[in-house]
Design a protein around this ligand. Structure first.
Ligand code: NAD
Ligand code: UDP
Length: 313
């Protein structure tokens, strides 16, 4: 069987490492490119002995040449703590990374999929969010380097398709959690689990009344692979997320219960531009990809808690 040659940018990160694993399982040849800003070699250590896996240290803001059939463009820090550390670099990564990878796709005639985000909807005025909603994004706030970078990348994907006939796909990923999240990542699921395991205070920002809809990483990977496997007529953007919506305070209580923790909940200020609610409308993904998430929050949390217990014991 002829293997597909697949490039995964950001492949040593949380989502990227699961995607590399899945693509190897399906008998592809995988090139994992990463600058190790938030990703780690440890995430792909178990793949290094596979002769069809190659790990490449490279920064996506610089041009990159390789012969491939498919490109998944994931390179970009995803946690607010990390993407706000060097906001200029974050927007460069999204915009120049997209230009470099789209240029590569054009040159070698590869399919290319962009990991976009629910953050393109900003603090939404429409709930749940369908793909047709244009969003409510602050262009000059603390989250703008990420939100606007991803929005510009979507524009570039659209324009390379129309102007240069590049075979593009866009998936809008909603909050995703699971094993291999960085313990200091700063995102809510990893923060709460690490705090609960260590019996430290659980830091709820604001009153904890804001909502998010949490998707387990395996469901995301299935959605991404299905989107890539569509034909030329499918472009997206398509929402990939779990529509089960929870208040942040509910998540804190759930994590305390599942870990049997003695932690107390403490309240800290809500960061600026923190969206008050978020839930994907997934009708389009159901119809076009035959996809919907399978893993309930309690089950996914159990698997993630197991991972963090092993990591920090
Ligand atoms: P992550 O931080 O674990 O992974 C990002 C990876 O990209 C890391 O390995 C990092 O080192 C690498 N990277 C960053 N800048 C780079 C650069 N300039 N050149 C090369 N590599 C670079 O985050 P993640 O959760 O795995 O997110 C993966 C992708 O999915 C990101 O594009 C993110 O925006 C998107 N996404 C994730 C979520 C989520 O909830 N996890 C939600 C929406 C979108
Ligand atoms: N959050 C929290 N405590 C934390 C980390 C995050 O209450 O220790 C809140 C955060 O303010 C936001 C929600 O949890 O309302 C999700 O945050 P995360 O950074 O995981 O994702 P995003 O805001 O990008 O959706």
């Amino acid at each position: 069987m002829i293997k597909k040659r697949v490039l995964v940018t950001g492949g040593a990160g949380f989502v990227g490492s699961h995607l590399c694993e899945r693509l190897l399982e399906e008998d592809n040849e995988v090139y994992c490119m990463d600058n190790f800003f938030t990703g780690q070699k440890r995430n792909v250590l178990h793949l290094l002995n596979n002769p069809y896996f190659e790990l490449i240290r490279h920064d996506v803001i610089n041009p990159f040449m390789i012969e491939v059939d498919e490109i998944y463009n994931l390179a970009c820090p995803a946690s607010p703590v990390h993407y706000q550390y060097n906001p200029i670099k974050t927007i460069k990564t999204s915009v120049m990374g997209a230009i470099n990878m789209l240029g590569l796709a054009k040159r070698v005639n590869a399919k290319i999929l962009q990991a976009s985000t629910s953050e393109v909807y900003g603090n939404p005025m429409v709930h749940p969010q369908p793909e047709s909603y244009w969003g409510n994004v602050n262009p000059i706030g603390e989250r703008s380097c990420y939100d606007e970078g991803k929005r510009a990348a979507e524009t570039l994907f659209r324009d390379y398709r129309h102007q240069n006939n590049v075979h593009t796909k866009i998936v809008r990923i909603f909050n995703t959690y699971g094993p291999r999240m960085h313990p200091n990542d700063g995102r809510v699921v990893s923060n709460f689990i690490v705090q609960a395991i260590q019996n430290k205070d659980i830091t709820v920002y604001g009153k904890g009344e804001q909502t998010r809809s949490f998707q387990y990483v395996d469901d995301l990977i299935e959605g991404m692979v299905r989107a890539m496997n569509t034909d030329q007529s499918f472009t997206g953007p398509v929402n990939i997320g779990n529509p089960d919506e929870f208040r942040i305070i509910e998540l804190a209580e759930k994590v305390i219960k599942l870990t049997n923790s003695k932690s107390k909940i403490v309240y800290q200020p809500l960061p600026s531009d923190d969206p008050m609610m978020r839930r994907p409308d997934i009708e389009f993904a159901k119809r076009e990809l035959g996809w919907e998430p399978k893993i309930k929050l309690d089950e996914g949390l159990d698997k993630t808690i197991f991972f963090f217990k092993e990591l920090i014991k």
